[in-house]
Design a binder for this molecule. Sequence first.
Ligand code: PEP
Ligand code: MN
Length: 362
Amino acid sequence: MIENIRQLLDTRPLLIAGPCSAEGEEELENLAIQLKMAGTHIMRAGAWKPRTRPESFSGFGVKALQWIVNAGQKAQLPVITEVACAEHVEEALKAGVDMLWIGARTTVNPFLVQQIADSLTGVNIPVFVKNPVNPDVSLWQGAVERIMKAGVKDIAAIHRGFSSYENNAYRNKPYWELAIELRTRIPELPMICDPSHICGNTKIKKVSQTALDLQYDGLMIEVHHNPAKALSDAQQQLTVHQFTQLLQQLIVRKAAPEDALGLSKLQDLRDLIDELDENIIEEIAKRMEIARNIGAYKNENNIAILQPERFREILNTRSAKGRENKLSSEFVITLFGLIHKESILQQESQMNKQEVKPSKTK
Ligand code: PEP
Ligand code: MN
């Protein structure tokens, strides 16, 4: 067991790197030493691999745990491995692994996560929880909560993207908003990005930089001694050289300016934004008032609320105006889709209102 893990966990950005799976003692030892020299803080390596097809290589199991622990000790690097059930936890603890992660295919299953949580009761070991394969932030949150309830103190989330049926540029679509939503729900939870499983290839610079720009706490990257020969995830593992180059290219921005001048400049800009946002709300409110007047008119004259042609015209003219002002059509269409939806609701509030006749009493 490596000392000072707690202190190390506070390093920003926290760099976790290593092979998809541990494939041999000597190779892993050499890799661990190189990873340490490259600036890695924690070495990852899988002993049990969750594979889609039964004939695929599924890890060297318990034997690999010992390789992982020995390599970590040689390189003075704490090590992390994946556990998918209570037996894995037991074996990993017995072998002396420093930290555990729960994989995407396990996070989806509350029975397994609960089993893992129960087996961790009273054990003080850091646990990282990957997002479930499906884009369900509550399921991710639930898994984190089960581990928290077991009394585990150091917990972090790993964002590795979500499966989707459509063909797209990613192996697992990031849906950044879901990771941000989890952070909003559990603000103290560190968030690590796994660009390797998001991209599914070695071109992970853009996703890694986005994560850093979004103030993620760290990165988990797959690095292999010979990626072309890797027994799992060969297409996405970096060589140590590629990993080192990537680290040199990534820009770590400060969370906030440290000097007073920078701070006051930022504050001035924020004040401007606050003022503009207030104006936007007031203008939208005026637009809604007009929508209610239109609703009242349509009610009196028995005209249907939804006029698809008018909506199309709004989207066309507004996205053209947006483009003139460097706003993407996608953004403008989403924005006016929402505004139009609210307009319809406001118009509807005026429908079926009976005209109030002046009373004849007196
Ligand atoms: C892995 O990290 O190698 C892995 C199997 O990850 P995931 O659970 O994200 O697919
Ligand atoms: Mn992998």
